[in-house]
Structures are given as structure tokens and as C-alpha cells.
Design a protein around this ligand. Structure first.
Ligand code: ATP
Length: 381
């Protein structure tokens, strides 16, 4: 495999690839409130890029600036090499799918989808062909004559998607696209959305506050907080190598240990944690010197539980008492009280069916916790 081939699914790694969307120093003020604060971003063709963050962090405002519905206070936006900053929304090669879907209630599914094409004056045979094609793609072939109120939430969501895709935009912007769906439908639709996106090769930019959705869908994620990006990376990078406590706790659950670096070498770091006091060994070096205060993140699913004490004393070991159990079916969550009155969260898959309600580890059991050197991440902020 050539170096170029290895970049096919990861164009952001390719030093020669040109970004499809280039955002330079974009800022948005509403009076003296800064909603988006000097953001730079490059998105590559065919990516499914997610803007993830809590309510009010500025993700919709950024998306609306990409669509042209909001004028930036500063900065520039380029799409496919063309400066779009002063171009009105209808002249941008961009379409937006809104949170509310905004389907016309009195029009059939077909007419809803055809609306934008008819308005653009496209030949009616071409419109018919394109509507049929897109209805097939979103698996709504037999539903063309129905009105929106005769559809389920998931079907309405797919009509909205079809309506946005039928104009063949170069970029599709989606604001909480699956927000109205229940959990099961949401999961199913996530995969449909990914399939449609990869089939069409359109660049998607998705706004979501749902971390699992962002993890499932995205090629890359930018996590936003108060108008800025706090970390940008692939789902794995963000989950496994968070750069701060904020990211580690925002994406999934984690246990954070505060301590100081006692040894820092090229291939590992040792941290002496307090509350609980223990040594934590991590299999990668850190940029900060020995003695520095740091935090270590260890995900609940990376910790092993055992009823028997370890035979040798080593780093990454703790002893505690089970103080709480949450049975979630496919896995259980255990809270283990360790020295310093600290609760450590551990999740464990339920590979064996509990007999008579008895869990593998019960309330008040003494348990031993351990994890691998590769399971922890050092956080410097
Ligand atoms: P949510 O997930 O709740 O939709 P968001 O991250 O998409 O949140 P934005 O809609 O981008 O957030 O809003 C960012 C901030 O800008 C918020 O504090 C919001 O109140 C403010 N804001 C957005 N639009 C306006 C406006 N037209 N005038 C004044 N303030 C605004």
C-alpha cells in the first residue's frame, strides 16, 4: 500500500490534500456576547464531521455561518476553494437540514422533496426521476403519495434528508438530525445516514450534543465549549487520548486521579496519585517534567475486577468494597469505594447470566481492581 492509499480514509493526515471547507478565524458576536470565538477548521471532501458540545456552546451558530444564514463578525469561509463569506445562502453549494425538519404539512412526500427542484426551474421529467431515485435511496419508495402526518418520526426524518439531498449539494449541514427520534430508531438511522453519506460522497457537517451519536457517525469530531474548539480528532483519539479533564469527562464516563509525575521516560510515565494513594503507570511519555501536577484518566471499562488479591504488588492496583451496582443488562456498573473514601466506577460485561439475581460481585464484597499500562491517559489540564 502506497503512502497516498493509506490517506484515503484519513485525508486530514495527508500533507498534500486540499481541504474542501476551510474556516479561518471565524468569530460571531451578538452585541458584546461572543458565541463563536476565532475558530479555524479544515474539513475534507467526503468527511462526516461533527460539531459536538453542550447547549449554548456555539455549534448551531457556526453551522449557520457555513450555510450563510448568519454573517460572521470576523474571519472567512472557503468551500471548494471559493470564498463564500459574502455569498448569500441560496448561492452556496450547501444545503441545511434543520432540527424541526420543517416539512410542508399539506404536500405529499414527493411534492415536499420536489419543491426545491421545481423552484429552481428544473425540467419536470428530471425532477420526477431525481425524486424517485432519492426516495429509493432513503427506502421510502412506496410512501411518495403520503402526507407527512401519515409517517412515523423516523420516516419524516428520512423525507427531510431526501429533500436536502435531492438538490445534490456539495455540503450538507445537519442540525441535530436525529434529535426527534427515540433511542432505538436513532441508532438504526445513524447507520442509514452513514450508508447514504458514503454512497453519495457528499461532505456532511453535523451538529449534535449526543456524544454517542458523534462517536458512531463521524470521521472526526470537534468538541466545542464556550465558542471555541477544545479538541478535534477522530472518535478514537478523542475517547482514548483526551487532552484535558473536560474532554475526558464530557466524552463517556471516566475516573480521574490527581497526582504528580514521579518518573517520565520516553516510553512510560509513573504518577503517584493521592486519594487514593497509588502508583499509576502509563505506557506513553508526557511532555511535562517530573514533579508536575497532572491528572490520570482511566475509563470504567478498562478496569478489571477480581475477588482474589493480586499475587505481586505492582502499579495500577487498588483494593476496595463494592458500594453500588447498576445492572444494565448487557453490562453492570460497579461503584467501588477505595482508600480516601473515593468511589471508582468499573463497568463489566455480563457474559454469564446472573443466577437468582446474584451478580459476579455483590454489595459489600471486597474486590481488587487493576488495569493495564495502556489503559490510562495523562492529562495536563
Ligand atoms: P443548542 O445545543 O442549545 O442548540 P448551540 O451550541 O447550538 O446550543 P448556539 O445556538 O450556537 O448554541 O448559541 C450560542 C450562544 O449564542 C448561546 O448563548 C445563544 O444564546 C447565543 N445566541 C444565538 N443566537 C443568538 C442571537 N440571534 N442573538 C443573541 N444571542 C444569540
Amino acid at each position: 500500500m502506497s503512502q497516498q492509499d493509506s490517506y484515503i480514509d484519513r485525508p486530514w493526515m495527508d500533507p498534500e490534500a486540499e481541504p474542501f471547507i476551510k474556516i479561518q478565524g471565524i468569530t460571531k458576536h451578538f452585541d458584546d456576547f461572543i458565541a463563536v470565538d476565532n475558530i479555524d477548521l479544515e474539513i475534507y471532501k467526503g468527511e462526516l464531521f461533527s460539531l459536538l458540545g453542550g447547549s449554548g456552546c456555539g455549534k448551531t451558530t457556526l453551522l449557520r455561518m457555513l450555510a450563510g444564514f448568519e454573517t460572521p463578525s470576523a474571519g472567512r469561509i472557503f468551500i471548494d476553494g471559493i470564498d463564500m463569506t459574502d455569498i448569500p445562502p441560496y448561492q452556496r453549494p450547501v444545503n441545511m437540514m434543520f432540527q424541526s425538519y420543517a416539512l410542508f404539512p399539506h404536500m405529499s412526500v414527493e411534492k415536499n422533496i420536489a419543491y426545491g427542484l421545481n423552484r429552481d426551474g428544473i425540467d419536470k421529467h428530471e425532477v420526477k426521476k431525481r425524486v424517485e431515485e432519492i426516495l429509493e435511496m432513503v427506502e421510502l419508495g412506496p410512501f411518495g403519495k403520503r402526507k407527512p402526518h401519515q409517517l412515523s418520526g423516523g420516516q419524516r426524518q428520512r423525507v427531510a434528508l431526501a429533500r436536502a439531498l435531492v438538490k445534490r449539494p456539495k455540503v450538507l449541514l445537519l442540525d441535530e438530525p436525529l434529535g426527534a427520534l427515540d433511542k432505538r430508531l436513532r441508532e438504526q438511522t445513524q447507520f442509514e445516514l452513514m450508508n447514504i453519506q458514503s454512497e453519495l460522497g457528499i461532505t456532511f457537517v453535523v451538529v449534535t450534543h449526543d456524544q454517542e451519536e458523534a462517536m458512531t457517525l463521524s470521521t472526526r469530531i470537534a468538541v466545542m465549549d464556550t465558542g471555541r474548539f477544545v479538541q478535534t480528532g477522530t472518535p478514537t483519539e478523542i475517547y482514548e487520548y483526551p487532552e484535558s479533564r473536560l474532554i475526558a469527562s464530557f466524552i463517556g464516563n471516566t475516573n480521574i486521579f490527581e497526582g504528580r509525575i514521579t518518573k517520565n521516560s520516553a516510553d512510560h510515565v509513573t504518577v503517584r496519585a493521592k486519594n487514593p494513594e497509588c502508583d499509576i503507570r502509563i505506557d506513553h511519555g508526557s511532555s511535562v517534567p517530573e514533579g508536575t501536577k497532572v491528572w490520570v484518566s482511566v475509563r470504567p471499562e478498562k478496569i478489571k475486577l477480581s475477588n482474589t488479591p493480586p499475587v505481586t504488588k505492582a502499579p495500577n492496583q487498588l483494593r476496595g468494597i463494592v458500594s453500588n451496582i447498576g445492572y444494565l443488562g448487557r453490562l453492570s456498573t460497579y461503584h467501588v469505594k477505595v482508600e480516601g473514601d473515593t468511589n471508582i466506577e468499573v463497568t463489566s460485561p455480563n457474559q454469564i447470566r446472573p443466577k437468582d439475581g446474584a451478580h459476579a460481585f455483590d454489595w459489600d464484597d471486597e474486590v481488587f481492581l487493576s488495569w493495564d499500562d495502556s489503559s490510562a491517559a495523562v492529562l495536563t489540564k
